[in-house]
Design a protein around this ligand. Structure first.
Ligand SMILES: NC(=O)C1=CN([C@@H]2O[C@H](COP(=O)(O)OP(=O)(O)OC[C@H]3O[C@@H](n4cnc5c(N)ncnc54)[C@H](O)[C@@H]3O)[C@@H](O)[C@H]2O)C=CC1
Ligand SMILES: CC(=O)C(=O)O
Ligand SMILES: [Mg+2]
Length: 371
């Protein structure tokens, strides 16, 4: 299989979809690996590292895409990349299509086979290729939020742990999954007063048991969200309905009840965001202010810690990359019921129900596509 690894072009995205270690695994199995010149540099991998692993370095980006069968990326294709996709390509990357109608239609038009990291499942009900980056983003959310609480960033000037005689900041995390738990752990470690809201009682039971009262758990209702908005110094949005657009949980009205200088960190922004006033931002300009509340809505948070993130991501993706290269996409998806839900778009049709629902499109059952 001819495998191509382009350099990521999203704003301040420094991750790369394949490490030299992964390239070595592929070339050892007889696959041809082409890596765009300097693609790994932001994550600390030189062209020479890839060459030592048997990969070819390609400086010509047109040639890289034109010769590829399997394209490995990290972020959703940007418009220049969508224009390069053809029916010969299998694309394996984060897609987050329910938040991006233009991208969805662009991928349909390309005729390519597009498999999303974030909708693959595992035997324990988890999302194994989302989890490593959710871990990173959850841990980063508290750093980003703490920085945003500083006066110079428009924040209220509140220090998360407080000091003796001054109460700690109140941090509410909405959604107690991978992002939420990691954010809560970091906030707890910094001495904040931490509450997690979730719709899943089973999940709240796990968290209650694990943190033995050090983190408060609250069932997520409109009333609970209303109180969280009024009382919190920082609210972290960490909900997910897999593959679907995020529900808007903190409304414009609730925002007006928040304390001046409080902070919203919307990690769920890659699925459209869970606060009504959220809009995607970049690492170059991560925050903006609405009604005196600082919003941090970076859609590729892990890109900022590209070394750690690349290693965490590729540890998880490599077995699936090897299956795609060894067997081809159709057989690889047919052989693995948890890989199959990764298929989002094939030959002009949407194959993931929640994405089709987001835009009123017809969805085709992925099982019928692989036969
Ligand atoms: N901005 C970024 O750079 C990154 C964003 N993410 C995003 O973070 C989001 C969360 O991901 P994970 O933690 O991995 O998902 P997860 O599936 O582990 O957890 C989501 C949690 O949200 C809960 N939930 C769903 N609806 C809810 C509601 N109405 N109220 C309260 N809780 C609700 C679920 O019960 C679940 O426990 C996703 O959108 C993911 O794509 C992940 C990594 C990086
Ligand atoms: C999950 C995701 O979108 C990211 O890691 O950038
Ligand atoms: Mg995005």
């Amino acid at each position: 299989m001819r495998v191509a690894v382009p350099k990521e072009i999203k704003n301040h995205e420094y991750r790369v979809a394949l490490t030299p270690t992964g390239a070595r695994e592929l070339t050892a199995r007889g696959h041809e690996v082409s890596v765009q010149a300097s693609a790994g540099e932001g994550a600390g991998f030189s062209d020479a590292n890839y060459e030592a692993a048997g990969a070819r370095i390609e400086a010509d980006v047109d040639a890289l895409w034109q010769s590829a069968e399997l394209v490995l990326k990290v972020k959703e294709p940007q418009s220049d990349e969508v224009a390069r996709l053809t029916p010969q390509h299998t694309l394996f990357t984060y897609l987050h299509l329910a938040a991006e109608e233009t991208l969805t239609r662009g991928l349909m038009k390309s005729g390519a086979t597009c498999i999303a990291y974030e909708t693959l499942t595992d035997a324990h009900g988890g999302l194994p290729l989302l989890a490593p980056m959710s871990t990173v983003a959850g841990r980063m959310a508290v750093q980003a939020g703490a920085h945003s609480l500083e006066k110079a960033q428009g924040g209220a000037g509140v220090l998360l742990p407080g000091v003796p005689g001054v109460a700690p900041a109140s941090v509410t995390v909405i959604g107690g999954g991978v992002v939420g738990e990691n954010a809560a752990r970091m906030a707890l470690g910094l001495g904040a007063d931490v509450t997690i809201l979730d719709k899943s009682l089973a999940r709240l039971e796990v968290l209650d048991d694990r943190y033995q009262g050090r983190i408060k758990t609250v069932y997520s209702t409109a009333d609970a969200l209303d109180s969280a908005a009024r009382e919190s110094d920082m609210v972290i949005g960490a909900v997910l309905i897999p593959g679907a657009a995020a529900p808007k949980l903190i409304t414009r009205d609730m925002l007006s009840n928040m304390k001046p200088g409080s902070v919203l960190v919307d990690v769920a922004i890659d699925q459209g965001g869970c606060f009504e006033t959220s809009k995607p931002t970049t690492h170059a300009e991560p925050t903006y202010i609405v009604d005196g509340v600082v919003h941090y809505c970076v859609a590729n948070m892990p890109g900022a810690v590209a070394r750690t993130s690349t290693q965490g991501l590729t540890n998880a993706t490599l077995p699936f990359v090897l299956a795609l290269a060894d067997k081809g996409w159709k057989q690889a998806l047919k052989d693995d019921a948890h890989f199959l839900p990764g298929l989002n778009v094939h030959a002009g049709q949407v194959t993931y129900q929640a994405v089709a629902d987001a835009f009123g499109l017809e969805s085709v059952d992925p099982a019928s596509v692989v036969g």
